[in-house]
Write a new protein. Sequence first.
Length: 565
Amino acid sequence: MDIPTTRLGRWVCGGLVCVIALCPLAYGEDARTRPKRRVVYNDDAQGLAEAPAGKVETFLREFLRREVSPVPITTFCFLAATPDVCTYDSKVGEVYGDRLGKAVGWAPAIRALRAKGTDVLKLVIDELRPRGLEILAAVRMNDTHHRKLDRANPGCPMFAIEHPQYVIKQPDGRTNETALDYSYPEVREHRLAIMRELAEGYDLDGLELNFCRWGKHFPRHQGRQKAPIMTAFMGRVREMLDQAAQKRGRKRLTLGIRVPETIRACWIAGLDPRTWVAKGWIDYLVMSTFNETDPQVRVESFASFARGTRCELLVAMGNMMGGAWQGKPRITGRGVAQFREAYWGMLLTDAEARACAANYYAWGADGISFWNISCNMGTKGKFSSPDQRKRMWSWMNAVVDPERVGQGPRRYHYLPLYKGVSKKRPPARNYAWYGEGMSPLGIAKTQILRFAKDLPGQRQVYHFRMADGRKGEKLRGSMRFAVYHVTPDDCVTVDVNGEVVDPEKIERTALDAEKVGLPGVAFEIALEACPPFRGDNELGIALEAGAARETEPYMEELDILVQER
């Protein structure tokens, strides 16, 4: 990719010297030009939660305009159902908060709109349709933020409380499962009725079904064998949408699908998107991580069957990138791009977002779907501030098409995304999966190279995907990583794709243990000195036996900045 000259600033991150772009923000009038490809934005109803009494409609309209004006969105998905609890004035599903005497969460805004003879979906359509946006109702296919069947929790559906026999029986014997099992016809009929109400009763352009909240549709050990049940259900959804389109005089209503990012994870969730695409049922497919933006998503596994069909392939990108680990090393120096001094607190920068998107486009993605952004568009989200919004809008604008991705540095930043997640096993949370280093959707996401004392000199391999350099082009920039619990005097051999890097070309710097929280050595190599890259790469590291160590050395983070040529 050709990269124009840009101003660069240096900062310190966890003991490693890093580089980020200090580019002008790309939002504004030019950013609202409609792109050639689909750009999806998901609104999780944060505006309903924040709307002040007496100003609900005015506040929501301003909130919606704030979301769609700075970034060239084509498709706006508003959370309508979770799937049994609804944010709109449903007659089929349960309206959030209706069964409670007190007004909590979304309920005050929902009731204020109802008193004026309207609801949030009608307001969204009225406000955004004149802007030319495609408007979809988002349906979470099994949201279980609630961890028990509790009448006092407005997010817990009465349908589950009244029919506990439909709750998934997980093989691990957990007692806090609340997701409903699609094996039961009653569950499928109830949820299809809610979707039909949306498709027939509102001037929507279609639905987006989110299978990643929380990837539980059948007992987790029966997903593949029960996938035909979900496929038959998806066929009925498509048939229902076609019937609704005919009634409304429309040619077709859009069906977008959000699924876990690997084929295996789809199977264990009981999903068969390959068949759904082949049958022409869906219009776009989003490969989605659980809640992080990851440069390692294997896009080609879905592109292989989506290419040449009516279905566009998108990859989800969200604001968080560091994963689950809240311990050391201490991460500092990221400015507004962090909210805690740990991996868990890392937020996307322009350069990191460009690198992720560069990988997605290079391996076959048609576009980007923005996830979990709307919670920061008000005043009550974790990252809700004008500076944070400017940062988000900037990286969002940087990735909406491949041309923009190539207009600035790409920082390929690989992190141990689900280190420590096993601490969230039931009953702490009720994720489908909680193995150490594994995402809640069942995907191995964490690489940690451990240099055991009984295997001196053993080559350990860190795998990384990088679009830049895959065609043999020369790169300018730097590769950085740290090995914790070693010293600058230790003998460390480094190779890229099996070719050893000249030790004279490697800069070694002792980490500031007080600042980083861990002792060790930072390694930096100019990309000009690296052996050729090839797309899917290996960083090999071997540590020779040295003095006796109290703690086993390890490496877990790789940071590659590709600058302009």
